[in-house]
Design a protein around this ligand. Structure first.
Ligand code: NAP
Length: 458
């Protein structure tokens, strides 16, 4: 696929970017490997952390310009783009200020002698990233790897090449040496060749199940470590004692955030039968009255989907759900006119034999389920191929905590929508992937946790 910027609000082609050649890839690999072998990667951590501090400051200084680039390239609301730019600076700062502590040796109490675990870089990394958080996804893999000393080759999604090039420029401007981060506009076949290369030691991938499976298979074939951050069909549980005002507000926000194109968000809305009718009535009216329009307009609450293909595919997916017996409660189709706008949509009566029951809808489509008790909630939540995140709304925190511990996901939020922060680990179980990004856990995914032991007898 060609690397192109197409404004999703108008579908105007803004710019096409040429692909990198095999020779470009070899040059990037050679530079990255040379850097890995140098004192930059293997020596003191402070010079690398100073790059992250400078990068955070550079991002802060260009906040508005960077936010506009995101909105114009993939269509999220300008306020959400500002939030994304804010958090990438925070992630850079978080690792700049904490990585030394995270990577310090950890001593182990052992009968065999004086033992400790050291943390060392492992070599060149390949990362493959999606378009829905076009800067945040890159920072999640760049900052911890830079701090740890792993050079990174990055393949970004083909619909966000402007973000990809700007991120590379920022990293260079912050003082990272050649090889620390290389953006490559490449094909899936070229990704496979990079993974196979002996100089590459790990692959991190965020995106769809198909792509994740392909990359994990290639990494497995060549005995390279991988992490996968895939999709989800998160539950958003509202118990009979929940604060409904807060739950409805969070549910609408979460389902429509980034036009519903977020991995962690309210996808299956699970309602206790006692509040189901009230919640559905008020949730429907809030979804129906949301202001749809230009994502650059501060008053807009729902912008376009990221591409024309995304809109066509979502419409087909909704139709398949209806053909299999679901009821269309609200919306259901693309909005006529220019841009990739899609109606806020609610599906009810999605039964287990409907393919939609197990699918992720990557757009403003909510599924509603009604349950009678907490055991039914757990059964429904866990009857999923995915296991990314979830939300529980209840004023009985102990009851919510008990549900949280029984739901099979990488994370659960109580009385708020699912979100992210540099210090919080991010990742899933089942087909939502494996491994963690962000936090102390994230930086330890691609380091050599090396045991050293001095014998007691020595
Ligand atoms: P996608 O089609 O898998 O694309 C993601 C990236 O993978 C893009 O760079 C894409 O390149 C590349 N790609 C696709 N097939 C590939 C292959 N066979 N070999 C190598 N690279 C390949 O995913 P998407 O539809 O853009 O992203 C949405 C999905 O990502 C959703 O399921 C969402 O839930 C998930 N997601 C998960 C997280 C998380 O942290 N768990 C975060 C964000 C998104 P091209 O663009 O060139 O096709």
């Amino acid at each position: 696929m060609a690397y192109q910027t197409i404004n999703p609000t108008t579908n105007e082609l803004v710019k096409t970017y040429p692909n990198h050649t095999d020779a470009d890839i070899e040059a990037a690999l050679a530079a990255a490997h040379k850097l890995y072998k140098s004192a930059w990667s293997k020596g003191p951590i402070q010079p690398r952390l100073q790059v992250l501090e400078r990068l955070a400051d550079l991002i802060d200084a260009r906040k508005e310009e960077l936010a506009k680039i995101v909105t114009q390239e993939m269509g999220k609301l300008i306020s959400d783009s500002r939030d994304e730019v804010w958090i990438i600076a925070e992630i850079a700062r978080f690792y700049a200020r904490n990585a030394e502590r995270f990577l310090a040796p950890v001593s182990i109490d052992s009968a065999l002698g004086d033992a400790w675990v050291e943390h060392h870089p492992i070599g060149v990394m390949l990362v493959v990233e999606p378009w829905n958080f076009p800067f945040y996804q890159l920072m999640r893999v760049f900052a911890p790897n830079l701090a740890a000393g792993n050079p990174v080759l990055a393949k970004h999604a083909s619909i966000v090449p402007h973000c990809a090039t700007v991120f590379e420029e920022l990293v260079r401007e912050a003082g990272a040496p050649e090889g620390a981060w290389a953006n490559l506009f490449i094909t899936s076949d070229q990704v496979a060749k990079i993974i196979a290369d002996d100089r590459v030691q790990g692959a991190a991938m965020t995106g769809s199940e198909g792509a994740g499976s392909a990359i994990a298979a290639q990494a497995g074939k060549h005995l390279k470590k991988s992490t996968l951050e895939m999709g989800g069909n998160d539950v958003f549980v509202v118990l009979d004692d929940a604060d409904l005002d807060k739950a409805i507000e969070a549910g609408v926000f979460s389902r429509l955030h980034i036009s519903g194109q977020e991995c962690i968000c309210a996808k299956r809305i699970v309602l206790h039968e006692k509040i189901a009718d009230t919640f559905l009535e008020r949730f429907t009216s809030a979804m129906a009255s949301v202001k749809i329009g230009d994502p650059m307009d501060e008053a807009t609450k729902l912008g376009p989907l990221s591409s024309a293909d995304a809109s066509v595919n979502l419409a087909k997916q909704v139709q398949r759900a209806l053909d299999a017996g679901a009821t269309l409660h609200l919306g259901g189709k693309p909005i006529a006119g220019s841009g990739n706008f899609f109606e806020p949509t609610i599906l009810t009566n999605v039964t287990r034999d409907n393919p939609a029951y197990f699918e992720e809808f990557f757009g403003p489509v909510a599924q509603i389920y009604v349950v009678q008790n907490d055991d039914e909630i757990v059964e429904l939540a866990n009857d999923s191929r995915f296991g990314l995140a979830g939300v529980v709304f209840s004023q009985d925190i102990e009851r919510a905590k008990s549900l949280a511990s029984r739901i099979e996901t990488g994370a659960i939020w109580i009385n708020t929508f699912a979100s992210t922060a540099p210090e919080l680990p991010f990742g899933g179980v089942k087909r939502s992937g494996y491994g963690r990004e962000l936090s102390e856990l994230g930086i330890k995914e691609f380091v050599n946790q090396k045991l050293v032991l001095v014998s007691k007898a020595a």
